[in-house]
Write a protein that binds this ligand. Structure first.
Ligand SMILES: C[S@@+](CC[C@H](N)C(=O)[O-])C[C@H]1O[C@@H](n2cnc3c(N)ncnc32)[C@H](O)[C@@H]1O
Length: 306
């Protein structure tokens, strides 16, 4: 069962068994991201969730990243996964032992700000690249330049230090509590996407937000993502009776460059545009310039009629 949309004071309560069509307002993600993540859907998560059906048996999110859509949807039963093991450990620790997660953040936050911040950051980054300690990754994602959490092919994190001061431990703890309460029904798994999509059955919903087909392939490290492999898995899931939603590149540069990814005929029956704003990645690549024309829109493809 999916979480029932919240009732607000100005709406009459729904009778049991009757569900109004979900609205954007029903799916507010927690205020403030817990983890910064490249490609995070935090700002559009409610738009995306508003397209989801109300009668979801189990929710699957196989490219969970910063869990923004998962936390906005807040399923009563869900499985979220990612191929990046330290990231999955952070989410599991949040759910099972939030005090430890907050302790990791507080300890590294103090260490970062004691003395030379950039040197401390680089030392923590080198430590993460040696050991893949999730506690180091936690501080790095909050402290890195522009929140552009970028990995090299060998899986090492290579974003420079940001100019900002990362959020205080008290604020992190507040957010941790808010995120944990939205993710109570979710189990986090370390997995390649295919096994997760293959686990979905009749009545289930799978939301896929893979690395952007034309620009993000290299950013998450040497991970075996292939769009063809994903499309084949979606096709199998649809045949089994699962519903699948796929976010994918839409248009870029105010429509001057169109990144249209061809899709197999008949696989998706609804095609929506989600305008996601200006590209942080391009801003980062161009040394912090503001890109007035760099408007990015995602396509949201659904295997059902919405
Ligand atoms: C675009 S991001 C997802 C962003 C997420 N929706 C959010 O709001 O933060 C894509 C994610 O896919 C993960 N990924 C890349 N290759 C993968 C694979 N083969 N299997 C599972 N996850 C993969 C990356 O680690 C990354 O977290």
């Amino acid at each position: 069962m999916a979480r029932r949309p919240r009732e607000s004071a100005d709406q009459p309560p729904q009778l049991p068994g009757l569900f109004a069509a979900p609205t954007i307002r029903d799916f507010e993600p927690p205020r403030g991201q817990l983890l910064k993540w490249i490609g995070s859907k935090q700002r559009f998560a409610s738009q995306i969730c508003a397209t989801f059906p109300a009668d979801v048996r189990c929710y699957y999110e196989p490219f969970v990243g910063s869990a923004s859509v998962c936390a906005a949807f807040a399923p009563t039963r869900g499985v979220a996964s990612d191929v990046l093991r330290p990231l999955v450990t952070l989410w599991r620790t949040l759910c099972q032992d939030p005090a430890t997660l907050c302790g990791w953040y507080a300890e590294r936050w103090h260490r970062l700000l004691q003395g030379d911040k950039v040197a401390n950051y680089l030392e923590m980054r080198a430590e993460y690249n040696r050991t893949r300690d999730p506690a180091d990754l936690l501080l790095l994602v909050r402290a890195c330049y522009g929140g552009v959490v970028r990995f090299a092919k060998d899986g090492s994190m290579n974003t420079p230090c940001g100019v900002h001061r990362p959020i205080q431990p008290q604020e992190f703890a507040r957010r941790a509590e808010a995120w944990r309460s939205r993710l109570q029904g979710v189990r986090f798994e370390h997995s390649d996407f295919e096994a997760m999509v293959d686990a979905a059955g009749p009545g289930d919903l799978v939301y896929c937000d893979p690395p952007y087909a034309d620009s993000q392939n290299a950013l998450y490290g040497a991970q075996a993502f292939s769009l063809d492999r994903l499309l084949a898995a979606i096709d199998r899931a649809k045949v089994r009776g699962a519903r699948v939603a796929l976010s994918i590149d839409g248009t870029k540069r105010s429509g001057r460059k169109v990144c249209d990814v061809p899709m197999p005929a008949g696989l998706f029956v609804t095609d929506r545009q989600v305008v996601v704003g200006r590209s942080m990645l391009r801003r980062f690549q161009l040394g912090g310039q503001t890109l007035e024309h760099e408007v990015v829109a995602d396509r949201l493809l659904l295997t059902w009629q919405a």
